[in-house]
Design a protein around this ligand. Structure first.
Ligand code: NAP
Ligand code: GLV
Length: 322
């Protein structure tokens, strides 16, 4: 019997790719850059399955170009804002994602950014490279303490809770805003659930953990940034467009907030000459939240398992709810 045809939109860890190669006729995109939308649209024509990444736009036109035999779309990421989920549901195409296995790695990176911002690590590295380190100085590069500070978590899901666990080890006060968590559930984790404005006003550190949706797009804008403490730090490891980059630039420039540390940006990648990067009170890393060896291997395995299940017509181990 002929093997199912699949398109895999980038080289992924062998832990997943080898499973797919064993059962499928694979068309693999081997370039560093993602396939341009028009090329992707051509390459998916006639495939039974598609394994994609968050850099691929998967819209109704692309699904139709693939054809009615398309049985499954498997994304190697937990976020799926690049995929038109209602359109896939209308066409009875299940969509898989990779929740859970990247929670700890992303929470670790969030905490790395939070600590780097609090203790001015990136500025310190630059200080040495600039030849400014002459002696131990009583009042140079002073940062903020974590113990006793208030961390406000926006989106108390898997990653938000894992960040809270880490923060409680650092003896931080925890508050959170979430659209569906209950005060009782939050209290079990030592977290006080508050309204969004209260979180902004009370937090010394605000960390974003919602998905990107129409509700959360530019959730952090001139008005909401203006409600934060002038000494506060904003951390974003969720999705770039949750923060309005122009409003963030103004807020960092005029001292509305003290610092921002980002794993994700709008647009992505951020251009090396983007004006945000000229600011001393901003740290950006290139969307590496889940980038640990173990995590990426597990993501690739789950993405492969979702793809293969969909090709067999079985329920996906991790299916996005339409
Ligand atoms: P999750 O478990 O679904 O958590 C998201 C939480 O946000 C849920 O509790 C959700 O509530 C809540 N939420 C949704 N919309 C909201 C709104 N408008 N206001 C307040 N709360 C809202 O997802 P996760 O696994 O923690 O991942 C969160 C996001 O992180 C992903 O969607 C992805 O975009 C991003 N991420 C980034 C990286 C990276 O590399 N930087 C890695 C992994 C994930 P409901 O349950 O009601 O939806
Ligand atoms: C990464 O950003 C993910 O959503 O998995």
């Amino acid at each position: 019997m002929a093997k199912p045809k699949v398109f895999v939109s980038r080289i992924i860890p062998a832990a997943g790719l080898d499973k797919i190669k064993a059962e499928c006729d694979v068309d693999l995109w081997t370039e560093q850059m993602p396939p341009p939308y028009e090329v992707l649209t051509e390459r998916v024509q006639g495939v039974d399955g598609l394994l994609c990444l968050l850099t691929d736009r998967i819209d109704p036109a692309l699904m139709d170009a693939a054809g009615p035999q398309l049985k499954v779309i498997s994304q190697m990421a937990v976020g799926y804002d690049n995929i038109d989920i209602p359109a896939a549901a209308e066409r009875n195409i299940p969509v898989g994602n990779t929740p859970g296995v990247l929670t700890e790695a992303t929470a670790d990176l969030t905490f790395a950014l939070l600590l780097a911002a609090a203790r001015r690590i990136v500025e310190g590295v630059q200080y040495i490279k600039d030849g400014k380190w002459k002696t131990w100085e009583p009042e140079t590069l002073l940062g903020a303490d974590l113990s006793g500070a208030t961390l406000g978590i926006v989106g108390l899901g898997r990653i938000g809770k894992a960040v809270a666990q880490r923060a409680s080890g650092f003896e931080m006060n925890l508050i959170a805003y979430d659209r569906s968590a209950t005060a009782e559930q939050a209290a079990e984790l030592g977290i006080r659930l508050v309204e969004f404005d209260e979180l902004l006003a009370e937090s010394d550190f605000v960390s974003l953990h919602t998905p990107l949706t129409e509700e959360t797009r530019h959730l952090m804008n001139a008005e909401t940034l203006g409600k934060m403490k002038s000494t506060a730090v904003l951390v974003n490891t969720a999705r770039g467009p949750i923060v309005d980059p122009d409003a963030l630039y103004d807020a960092l420039k005029d001292g509305t907030i003290a610092y921002a540390a980002l794993d994700v940006t709008e647009p992505e990648p951020i251009a090396p000459d983007h004006r945000l990067l000229s600011l001393p009170n901003l740290t950006v890393v290139p969307h590496i939240g889940s980038a640990s060896v173990r995590t990426r291997n597990r993501m690739a395995e789950i993405a492969a398992d979702n793809l293969l299940a969909g090709l067999r017509g079985d329920p996906l181990p991790h299916q996005v709810k339409p």
